[in-house]
Design a protein around this ligand. Sequence first.
Ligand SMILES: Cc1cc2nc3c(=O)[nH]c(=O)nc-3n(C[C@H](O)[C@H](O)[C@H](O)COP(=O)(O)OP(=O)(O)OC[C@H]3O[C@@H](n4cnc5c(N)ncnc54)[C@H](O)[C@@H]3O)c2cc1C
Length: 308
Amino acid sequence: MTESHEAIVIGGGPAGLTAGIYLMRAGIDTLLIEKIISGGTPLNSWNIENYPGFPDSISGKDLMDRFTAHAKNTGLSIKEFSEVEDVSYQNQRFIIKTTDALYESIGLIIATGTEPAKMNIPGENEYAGRGISYCATCDGAFFRNLVVAVIGGGDAAIEEGLSLANIAKKVYVIHRRHALRAQKILQERAFKNDRMEFLWNKIPIKIGGKDQVEYITIEDTKTKEQTDISTDGVFVYIGARPNTAFLGNLIDRDEAGFIITDEALSTKTSGLYIAGDVRKKTLRQISTAVGDGALAAVNLERYILGQK
Ligand SMILES: Cc1cc2nc3c(=O)[nH]c(=O)nc-3n(C[C@H](O)[C@H](O)[C@H](O)COP(=O)(O)OP(=O)(O)OC[C@H]3O[C@@H](n4cnc5c(N)ncnc54)[C@H](O)[C@@H]3O)c2cc1C
C-alpha cells in the first residue's frame, strides 16, 4: 500500500528537520524519512562552537536532540532507519521507494547531505574499521595514548584533529598544501597544541600493517619522496560526496555531483526542492543548512497550495 502525504522530506539533519518544522507550522501534512536516526552529520561532532545561540558551545548530539524535539513538537512524523532507494515523478506526484515502504507526495525536499570522500588508495578498504575512520567522535576513544594521522586541512580535519589530541599521544596532520584552509581560530589552537605535528605538501599513498593499521606511506607533492609514518589510526577528512544516487535524472548536478538549484532552491522538476549540504553552494555549515531548510519549505508550501 502507498502512504500519501502532502510533503515528504528526505534526510533528518539540520536542513531536513528545519524544513519539517516550517512545513508543519504552515499546516502542510509532512513526513520526514531518515536512513539512520534523526540528527544528521552533527551527531558525530563533539563540539559545535559556531552555531549562534550557544555561547559556551554545545555538543552536536545535544544540539541535534533539540532540533529533533522541536520538530516532533510540531507534530512532524519522522520515519527512522528507512533509506530512500528510488524517487520517480508521475502525474504530478512523487513516488518514493524506501527499503521497506512506498510513499506518494505532492512535493519533496531533498536534504540528504554528504558522505565522507575516500582517499582511494591501497589499504583504505582493507583496514576500514581496523584503524581507518571517518569519525573521530565515534572512534577516537579507541586510540587513547596511541598515534593517529589526520588527513586534510579544512575545518573538519582540524576540529577533529584537536579532539583527537585530547585522547591520542600524537596526532600527525597530513595535508597536501603548505597552509591550512581551516578557520583561523582552529589553526591557532592546532599550532599551539604540542601533540599535533604538521606534515605539509604530503599526500597519502598507501596504508599498511598486519591485522590493524601500522603505517601510512606519504609522498611529498614536490620532491615525490615517499616516507612511511608509523601510526595506529588514520582519520580521513578530505571532503564530501553528495547523496543523490536515488534521484536519477530528476535533478541537474555539478561536476562534483552536488545538486544545482535556483535561488528558490527549486530544480527542473516541479515541486522538488533541495536544502543543505547536498546542494551546490559555497558554505556547508549547520547555519546555512538551517537557512536552506526554511527557504525550501516556504517555497514548497507555496507550490503545494497552488496545486490544491
Ligand atoms: C567532522 C565535521 C565537523 C563539522 N563541524 C561543524 C561545526 O562545528 N559547525 C557547523 O556549523 N558545521 C559543521 N559541520 C558541517 C555540518 O555537519 C553540515 O553542514 C550539516 O550537517 C549539513 O546538514 P544537512 O542537513 O544538509 O546534512 P546532514 O547533517 O548530513 O544530514 C543528512 C541526513 O540525510 C540522511 N540520508 C542520506 N541519504 C539518505 C537516504 N537515501 N534516505 C534517507 N536518509 C538519507 C543521512 O543519514 C543524514 O541523517 C561539520 C561536518 C563534519 C563532517
